[in-house]
Design a binder for this molecule. Structure first.
Ligand code: ADP
Ligand code: MG
Length: 667
């Protein structure tokens, strides 16, 4: 393995240049200058030479050095887009959008023209597009339509260190097509020191290192773990704001809810501090934040104002925010975990790994010396944190990926070229589920149902629900439900000071205790009847934005129905037909009431409850199917519909035996 290393370069000198801002210049020129100040810029020619010389290249460079925004542009400028697009994958939707927006600005083109992005349910590209940022999951799906990816001349698998499920599967697929497409260039780009591992996997591909620009930073640890890390994080932000010299703050939190709480508390406590202290501008950033607000985190901070960015893991390596001088790291993230024995998947707040902690700390020393406050002890860091995060492929349900692989003609998924293989148990569980859903036959071969299911960019349970709706003549209703379930954010709006009104409004949709799925359908249909009125949404405490997204998704699902030749038929008044369709996909998620509001899942015998936000939370039907389990204080079923237990045996006779579904309270 050869290492191509760039020459040493004097960074300090380049930083000096940035003070020379007085002369007038156009925005475009200014951006051009910024591009030339990035650490990657001095390596432009060497990098292009290396891409020219080698088919596969491993790129290893510190976060913020310019890999994601610059490499696709360099390749474009060097002519690689003359005979195909440059694809650059991102594990996160938000990163794909944000980076595409930035690059289109740098190139002075309209977003979606030369530079575009493609994420699930949103394709912002045209035939003009030559640089395409996309989620790793979208590139994976493109293999289904175009197995040799002939429309691309370069594939960049970016943020490879994140090791998401889709990225790991892409590794195997792109390695394979590179063999029979010698014209295709493949770049694997990562922010951590995993380059050796990637190089080994890609038949000893050469590594190209881009040194980052690093300033010294100090790490401060707590001597004792705080009892409430969110509180401690807020406290720490305020303390920095009051006592430390200028410089922005980045706080790592686990999700939207936590970020919203922190934002509220911070605002409240700042008010309490009086007018003597400077302004603190709070910028939240998480996946479901409306796009126009997302861009706000990049706005330069006015003088005498301090910015505090409240971010999820997205700011760890995917997005770089300039001007951060202080990092607050509580040491947690939200992580998926999966139990292959029970087939249960859950999202839990989990301690981060050492590698993540180091990445987070590194965010404070990018534009000058910084400080990182770790809200945990040095002992925790050294003795309790794992070295690396376990790749997602080893802690997730694999049914979707196995279905995709089967569609690509990879019959023996056990022998797929995994960088880190999942457990046999997890693969078997996935095969079992696909068999139960009739997507595979007993020989493990793809069925017609399975092929139809794979057309939908949804989990197999949802796509099965849609495919099954043909039989129950309610496809029109079912795709509305599927769309409503696929909206990333909440449908109902429940402001703290108007909860009673909001709850009343919501109750209207639940009349007759129809269950959460049909309530969602009613919301959608009522909105449609008002001709998609915004006013109606306000009056009914419904999130307009979510509804518009649901409409977009629904349109796409309708298009896909046509592709699999399922007629659009509505059966809105026959709730049983709709519920049977739901059960056809979600029968593995069935539960039976025990006592005191506790349910037991039928297959795994796990204790669960109906989520308090469900329309059935007070009704407690004996038998239900649920959309998903969420773990907060307890294990809750979210989006619940009552079923007749007989349906389970009728719809999934190969999965449930009669004794499973006998209607009795005994166990
Ligand atoms: P890398 O991929 O190596 O981590 P990037 O190419 O993402 O680096 O970032 C390079 C620079 O571009 C950073 O200084 C970052 O602040 C800037 N940048 C990236 N995205 C945006 C954006 N959406 N708005 C403003 N600046 C951005
Ligand atoms: Mg990047």
């Amino acid at each position: 393995t050869s290492v191509i290393d760039g020459d040493k370069f004097d960074y300090e000198e380049m930083v000096e240049d940035s003070h020379e801002k007085s002369r007038a210049k156009t925005a475009r020129e200014a951006l051009q200058e910024e591009r030339e100040k990035l650490p990657i810029y001095p390596y432009r020619e060497q990098l292009l030479q290396a891409v020219h010389d080698h088919q596969v290249l491993i790129i290893d460079g510190e976060t913020g050095s310019g890999k994601t925004t610059q490499i696709p542009q360099y390749l474009h400028e060097a002519g690689y887009t003359k005979h195909g697009m440059v694809a650059c994958t991102q594990p996160r939707r938000l990163a794909a959008i944000s980076v595409a927006a930035r690059v289109s600005k740098e190139m002075g083109v309209k977003l979606g023209h030369e530079v575009g992005y493609s994420i699930r349910f949103e394709d912002c590209t045209t035939d003009k597009t030559v640089i395409k940022y996309m989620t790793d999951g979208m590139l994976l799906r493109e293999f289904l339509g175009e197995p040799d990816l002939a429309s691309y001349s370069v594939l960049i698998v970016d943020e490879a260190h994140e090791r998401t499920l889709s990225t790991d599967i892409l590794f195997g697929l792109v390695k394979d097509i590179a063999r029979f497409r010698p014209d295709l260039k493949l770049l694997i780009s990562s922010a951590t020191l995993d380059a050796d591992k990637f190089s080994d996997y890609f038949d000893s591909a050469p590594k190209f290192k881009i040194p980052g620009r690093r300033y010294p930073y100090e790490i401060f640890n707590f001597t004792e773990a705080p009892s409430d890390y969110l509180d401690a994080a807020i406290e720490a932000s305020l303390k920095i704001h009051v006592t430390e010299p200028p410089g922005d703050i980045l706080v790592f939190l686990t999700g939207q809810e936590e970020i919203e709480t922190a934002e509220e508390n911070l605002k409240h406590r700042i008010r309490g501090l009086g007018t003597k202290i400077g302004e603190l501008k709070i910028c939240p950033i998480y996946a479901n934040l409306p796009t126009e607000l997302q861009a706000k985190i990049f706005d330069p901070t006015p003088e005498r104002v301090r910015k505090v960015v409240l971010a999820t893991n997205i700011a760890e390596t995917s997005l770089t925010i300039d001007g951060i001088k202080y990092v607050i790291d509580p040491g947690y993230c939200k992580m998926k975990s999966y139990n292959p024995r029970t087939g249960m998947e859950s999202l839990k707040v989990t301690p981060i790994s050492k590698a993540s902690a180091m990445q987070r700390a590194g965010r404070c020393g990018r534009t000058g010396p910084g400080k990182c406050f770790q809200l945990y002890t040095a002992y925790t860091f050294h003795k309790e944190m794992d070295d690396n995060t376990v790749p997602e492929i080893q802690r997730t349900n694999l049914a979707n990926v196995v279905l995709t692989l089967k569609c690509l003609g990879i019959d023996n998924v056990m022998h797929f070229d995994f960088m880190d293989p999942p457990s046999d148990d997890a693969l078997l569980k996935a095969l079992e589920l696909l068999y139960a859903l009739s997507a595979l036959n007993k020989f493990g071969e793809l069925t017609k149902v399975g092929r139809r299911m794979a057309e939908f960019p949804l989990d197999p349970t949802l796509s099965k629900m849609i495919v099954a709706s043909e039989k129950f003549k309610c496809s029109d209703d079912i795709i509305s439900i599927a769309a409503m379930l696929s909206v990333g954010k909440s449908i109902f709006y429940r402001p703290k000071d108007k909860q009673v009104y909001a709850d009343n409004a919501m109750r209207n949709f639940h009349t007759g205790n129809v269950g959460d799925h049909i309530a969602l359908l009613r919301v959608y249909n009522s909105w449609k009847e008002t001709n998609y009125s915004t006013q109606w949404c306000y009056e009914n405490y419904i999130q307009v934005r979510s509804m518009r997204q649901a409409r977009d998704i629904r349109d796409q699902l309708a298009g896909l129905l046509e592709r699999v030749e399922i007629e659009l038929t509505s059966n809105s008044s026959d709730f049983d037909a709709i519920k049977k369709s739901i059960t056809s996909g979600f029968f593995p998620h069935s539960a039976r009431l025990q006592k005191y509001g506790i349910y037991k899942t039928v297959k795994q015998s796990q204790n669960v409850r109906i989520h308090p936000g469900s329309g059935l939370a007070q009704v407690l039907p004996r038998w239900v199917v649920y959309h998903e389990l969420v773990l907060t204080t307890k294990e809750y079923m979210r989006q619940v519909t009552e079923i007749n237990p007989g349906w389970l045996a009728e719809i999934a006779p190969h999965y449930y035996q009669l004794k499973d579904v006998e209607d009795s309270y005994s166990n």
